[in-house]
Design a protein around this ligand. Structure first.
Ligand SMILES: Cc1cc2nc3c(=O)[nH]c(=O)nc-3n(C[C@H](O)[C@H](O)[C@H](O)COP(=O)(O)OP(=O)(O)OC[C@H]3O[C@@H](n4cnc5c(N)ncnc54)[C@H](O)[C@@H]3O)c2cc1C
Ligand SMILES: NC(=O)c1ccc[n+]([C@@H]2O[C@H](COP(=O)([O-])OP(=O)(O)OC[C@H]3O[C@@H](n4cnc5c(N)ncnc54)[C@H](OP(=O)(O)O)[C@@H]3O)[C@@H](O)[C@H]2O)c1
Length: 248
């Protein structure tokens, strides 16, 4: 059974009509970058709980989550309506294995995300620990519209901080815009456009691929990497090249 602690909202940023970030102060136990908490509210006498990835570094005690309001969703619209100073419940202990300790050494680590699933990578990169074993890291954020690139300034800051080790690439699927590729992650891998834009190859011999977000994206990308790049899912008992976390 999860232990719940009470958190207080300290800040809400509304990026677009449907995307927002929420900062919370809560006495949680230390988490590992890449993990998620459960947030909950009591709604009509029932505790409604959902998983949300930490965006902040574990070294930063202002807890940050990046959310999309799912139309007709049970919890996300209620979280979107919270105001500074209001309370919510947070699991005391984080969960999940989408963490660097589960990733084998490789030359290039690809961090691929759709929508709000950029969060775990931002936590890992802001903390910055245990990254020496990768020569290159590529952070990819795929969204519908350019306005959905909420964390682009942070991505750019991180790129600067890592001095050449980190490359960032944005993908926008529903409009053409400068500096972003247009399309979807699996198609842009299949036609070579993602690697060409980044300037690095994505091959079984030198790469590990992290996939996070839309479950159909994760499925389609894994299938493609299996068929076209001879890559396999990474398991502790059978090392491979792909590690994924699906948001629904
Ligand atoms: C490990 C994990 C980490 C997660 N981290 C985040 C996070 O950092 N930010 C976040 O916004 N969500 C995250 N989610 C999704 C989140 O837990 C909820 O499912 C989401 O907020 C919808 O809850 P709801 O009660 O509003 O909708 P529900 O009434 O539960 O409706 C669920 C439906 O909403 C859609 N949906 C759910 N999540 C998303 C999403 N993120 N993007 C698009 N469509 C979605 C799917 O169609 C799903 O079937 C995560 C899920 C998992 C499993
Ligand atoms: N983002 C918004 O502005 C917005 C506004 C209102 C409501 N919502 C709601 O919020 C929820 C989440 O929206 P979201 O935009 O954050 O997440 P999303 O629907 O997962 O889209 C994020 C990115 O993933 C891509 N994608 C979707 N399916 C894919 C697949 N099978 N393979 C590869 N890529 C795939 C999308 O491309 P495509 O564009 O090609 O699908 C988009 O570029 C939805 O329920 C939506 O109705 C979002």
């Amino acid at each position: 059974m999860a232990n719940w602690v009470t958190g207080k909202v300290t800040d809400i940023t509304n990026w677009t009509d449907s995307l927002f970030s929420i900062k919370v102060h809560a006495p949680i136990e230390r988490f590992t970058a890449g993990q998620f908490a459960k947030l909950a509210l009591e709604i009509e006498g029932e505790r409604i709980q959902r998983a949300y990835s930490y965006v902040n570094s574990p070294d930063d005690n202002s807890l940050e989550f990046y959310l999309v309001t799912v139309p007709e969703g049970k919890l996300s619209p209620r979280l979107a309506a919270l105001k500074n100073g209001e309370e919510l419940l947070v699991t005391e202990q984080a969960a999940g294995f989408f963490v660097l300790d589960e990733i084998p050494d490789c030359q290039t680590l690809w961090m691929l995300s759709t929508g709000t699933a950029i969060g775990p990578y931002l936590s890992i990169l802001q903390q910055g620990d245990n990254l020496e074993r990768f020569e290159n890291i590529v952070l990819v954020h795929a969204v519908r519209l350019e306005q959905d690139l909420s964390y682009l300034p942070m991505m750019q800051q991180l790129e600067k901080k890592f001095q050449g080790k980190l490359r960032i690439q944005t993908i926008v699927s529903r409009e053409k815009c400068p500096n972003s590729l247009m399309g979807r992650i699996p198609a842009l891998i299949e036609n070579g456009e993602l690697e060409a834009a980044v300037g690095l190859p994505m091959q079984a011999e030198n790469s590990h691929i992290m996939l996070c977000g839309n479950p159909q994206m994760a499925k389609d990308t894994q299938q493609l990497l299996k068929e076209q790049r001879n890559m396999a899912k990474h398991l502790r008992r059978k090392p491979g090249h792909i590690t994924s976390e699906q948001y629904w």
